[in-house]
Design a binder for this molecule. Structure first.
Ligand code: SAM
Length: 252
């Protein structure tokens, strides 16, 4: 992982958990959603994956663990988190206490057909081998292969200078090919831009956490790098060069 991504996904992830703990339990889930953002996307995926009480849900590239906790708030599922960054693993464990394994999406530390469903939110564009990640998800999820993705897709390939450090955005064509090569099929999809805006109280909590992070760590190079990375993502989304897509997949 690039240094910039480690700053964002390791150091800042751990700071985020510290700030969320200090602010109180109502901040934990909004602070812990670091790519999936809008709860409407999670609601859509929870319905699409037809999650039932007690089923296992793998959160692949779980970050600080907010999406898994949000899912539990909607349905009493049993989350299992995989995340490569040690700081994010510690953050997720300390905030939510779910089983959290340090590992990579392209070599998941699970047996075949080990989980009922999985999602992978804002992760694919941070990995170089999209087929490997999707193939691993297909391998570890029991048939029919209920898999959810939130992916940032570049309308046309971006140069190294144009994309945040370490990112590998699929294009619409490369994503379609990777899904098929992994033996998966898209059953439904939507654009994050078509979702309702974030609820005001959720956005307020995210803003409060960000303000507190900036107050405590604003002078730290890791915070500045992370802000530059997320600023670049924001600009690419705002000018439409990348779009957020939410996909519901099954085995082909
Ligand atoms: C934008 S964040 C999203 C975190 C979380 N899924 C969410 O929506 O809140 C991307 C996450 O992908 C993780 N990641 C990067 N490379 C990965 C890999 N090879 N396998 C699994 N996760 C990875 C990062 O460490 C980071 O936590």
């Amino acid at each position: 992982m690039s240094d910039a991504m480690s700053a964002e996904f390791d150091t800042v992830a751990e700071w985020t958990a510290t700030v969320a703990r200090d602010l109180g339990p109502s901040y934990h889930v909004p602070a812990g959603c670091r790519g999936s953002g809008n709860p409407a996307a999670l609601d859509w995926l929870i319905d699409e994956l037809e999650l039932r009480d007690g089923e296992s849900l793998l959160d692949c590239g779980a970050g600080v663990g907010g999406p898994a906790a949000y899912a539990v708030g909607r349905k009493p599922v049993a989350p299992m988190l995989v995340e490569p960054e040690a700081g994010a693993c510690r953050a997720a464990r300390s905030l939510f206490g779910y089983p959290t394994v340090q590992g990579s999406a392209d070599a998941l530390p699970f047996a075949d057909a080990a989980v009922d469903a999985a999602w992978c939110l804002g992760v694919l564009c941070t990995t170089a081998d999209h087929v490997a990640v999707l193939s691993e998800l297909r391998r570890v999820v029991r048939p029919p292969g209920r898999i959810g993705l939130l992916v940032f897709v570049a309308r046309t390939p971006l140069t190294d200078d144009e994309r945040p450090d370490g990112n590998h955005f699929p294009t619409p064509d490369s994503l379609r090919d990777a899904v098929a090569a992994a033996g998966l099929a898209v059953v439904s999809r939507l654009r994050t831009s078509d979702l309702p805006a974030m609820p005001g109280d959720w956005q307020d909590r995210v803003d409060r956490v960000d303000a507190e992070l900036a107050r405590r760590y604003g002078d730290d190079p890791a915070w500045q790098v992370s802000e530059r990375q997320s600023g670049q993502m924001g600009e690419l989304l705002a000018d439409g060069r990348i779009v957020g897509e939410v996909l519901s997949l099954r085995q082909a």
